[in-house]
Design a protein around this ligand. Structure first.
Ligand code: SF4
Length: 107
């Protein structure tokens, strides 16, 4: 089961957007049930940092909500895809003005 871009969840969102909330909720629960089963004993967290909270979404998200500086690692590709589209408006020249913080540059 692939989480990112999962077709079942995409179908659920389509149903929500079309006003079919019941269908959206059913598809969403099917996704959640499959996720529960598949990742019962497997690591679902794509974060590569050595971190005490790896895979513990409840505490990871609470920490990020608390400091308000950035979002958890697993959510960055979603935001970056949206930001990349906006960045095209200035031919990505924002890249000349920004640099990732040191902890991100460490391999
Ligand atoms: S919220 Fe945090 S712990 Fe959960 S998958 Fe994302 S990065 Fe990993």
């Amino acid at each position: 089961m692939i989480i990112e871009g999962n077709q079942k969840e995409k179908d659920a969102m389509k149903a929500f957007h079309e006003g079919n909330r019941q269908m959206g909720l059913e598809l969403q629960e099917e996704f959640a049930a499959a996720f529960r089963e598949e990742y019962k004993n497997r690591d679902h967290c794509p974060c590569k940092k050595a971190c005490r909270y790896h895979g513990n979404c409840k505490e990871c998200v609470a920490i990020h909500r608390a400091h308000q500086e950035h979002v958890p690692n697993c959510m960055r590709p979603i935001l970056n895809a949206k930001l990349k589209l906006l960045s095209e408006l200035t031919e990505h020249t924002i890249a000349n003005e920004i640099e990732a913080p040191q902890e991100i540059l460490i391999k």
